[in-house]
Design a protein around this ligand. Structure first.
Ligand code: GLN
Length: 427
């Protein structure tokens, strides 16, 4: 075992917890510094999900990805800031204060894995682990100018990931370049019997960019209303670059896009309302010491412990699942979810990858999105991949107003290799 000391100048507030002396062993990631999002369990190291309710919680076990990272010799140097329980797009919803974008401290780093992206972009670490329920790896990767992958659903074990919306989320790698991202992905992908949705599709691939004959679908909805025209132009130019290397761009349409955001927010809030029921002061959360009734004690605990956005989503989700409303909301969302899957399947009969912007705009100013609905709207381009479970990544492809723009590449199920290869063209 070797050790390194880790005392970063964390001017961007990327970390919730840092580990001053880290020991690491041999392996493919020997000595590589990795930051881990604070919703991923680390044995003996506080794991808070950026929530007051989990302050002081020390997991008794490692998430599967953490075990794999340690076995590969990685040096896990700290736990990164995030939107509380992954609910947000800017990392402003952290109980411990926001993270700043390393490229411009007046802007957000994106979210919810904003601390992971900022730590990588600020060169505090070599790479990081995030989680992506509706864009939380790709959005901060785009806003901070790094690469981030949401793997195909099932390819990375969620064992030890504190669930927000388990049917949508995946743990994934983030790095400054595609080669490092690919090495990190090779370590964390693979089957784990402790996650019932885990699939036996290990990843061992060396990126190479042969664009010859690659067909790239460009859904018109990804370049339309609500997307900053300057961002759309940068992305079109990036796709032209891929064409100059031998790829062919094909226009297509994705009509289900008009339902995707609603389907996502009904599904994720429903799942969250159920997943977060365990934070009740008995199983998790600070112990209840009052002699109040169970109902009052439970509600005090959750009122104090959860931030505003988390409470909003629990209420929304509880409402959508309530008897009498289930058919009107949750069930409709599942129908829309199937339409999104069907659209992807249809488009992928004619093209190999889908390309568009990752986010409709560049990184927002801190405080700019104070209306929750405005914030939700900015997830429109990232949620379709989560609804369907297909792999998607964001790779920097240019700038607008000196801030990075992310090109989003979406692939067929289990063709993560292909979108990684396409992204490699920008290396
Ligand atoms: N911004 C989305 C949300 O708030 C996505 C978050 C995520 O992927 N964890 O739900």
């Amino acid at each position: 075992m070797k050790t390194i000391s880790f005392k970063p100048d964390d001017a961007v507030h990327a970390f919730i917890t840092t580990i001053p002396t880290v020991s690491y062993g041999d392996g493919p990631l020997s000595g590589v510094t990795v930051a881990v999002k604070d919703n991923i369990s680390t044995k003996g190291i506080e794991t808070t999900c950026a929530s007051k309710i989990l302050k002081g919680y020390i997991p008794p076990y490692d998430a599967h990805v953490v075990t794999l990272l340690k076995d590969a010799g990685a040096a896990i140097v700290g736990k990164t800031n995030m939107d509380e329980f992954g609910m947000g797009t800017t990392t402003e919803n952290s109980a411990f204060g926001p993270t700043f974008n390393p490229l411009d401290h007046t802007r957000v780093p994106g979210g919810s894995s904003g601390g992971s992206a900022a730590a990588v972009a600020a060169h505090l670490v070599d790479c990081a682990i995030g989680s992506d329920t509706g864009g939380s790896i790709r959005c901060p990767a785009a806003f901070c100018g790094i690469v981030g992958l949401k793997p195909t659903y099932g390819r990375v074990s969620r064992f030890g990931l504190i669930a927000y919306a388990n049917s949508l989320e995946q743990i994934g790698p983030m790095a400054r370049d595609v080669t490092t991202l690919s090495k990190l992905y090779a370590v964390i992908a693979g089957h784990d019997p402790r996650d019932a949705t885990s699939v036996n599709k290990p990843y061992s691939h060396t990126p190479s960019s042969d664009m010859n004959g690659l067909k790239i679908g460009m859904p018109e909805e990804f370049f339309g209303e609500g997307v900053n025209p300057k961002v759309a132009d940068v992305v079109r130019t990036a796709i032209k670059t891929l064409e100059s290397l031998g790829a062919e761009a094909v226009p297509c349409t994705m009509p289900s896009m008009k339902y995707a955001l609603s389907a996502y927010y009904v599904t994720c809030t429903s799942e969250a309302s159920s997943n977060l029921a365990r934070f009740d002061g008995v199983r998790y959360g600070p112990a209840i010491e009052t002699l109040k009734s169970w109902h009052d004690a439970y509600s005090d605990q959750r009122k104090d412990g959860f931030g505003k956005e988390v409470r909003r989503r629990i209420i929304l989700g509880t409402f959508s699942l309530a008897a009498g409303y289930y058919g009107r909301y949750y069930q409709k969302a599942q129908t829309a979810r199937q339409m999104v899957r069907d659209d992807f399947e249809r488009i992928f009969r004619d093209v190999d990858v889908i390309a568009g912007p990752t986010m409709p705009d560049i990184a927002f100013k801190l405080g700019e999105k104070s209306d929750p609905l405005q914030m939700y709207l900015s997830d429109i381009l990232t949620v379709p991949a989560n609804l369907a479970g297909v792999p998607a990544l964001s790779v920097p492809c240019g700038t607008v107003d000196n801030m990075p723009v992310g090109l989003q590449l979406i692939g067929r199920y289990f063709e993560d290799e292909r979108i990684i290869d396409t992204a490699y063209a920008f290396e």
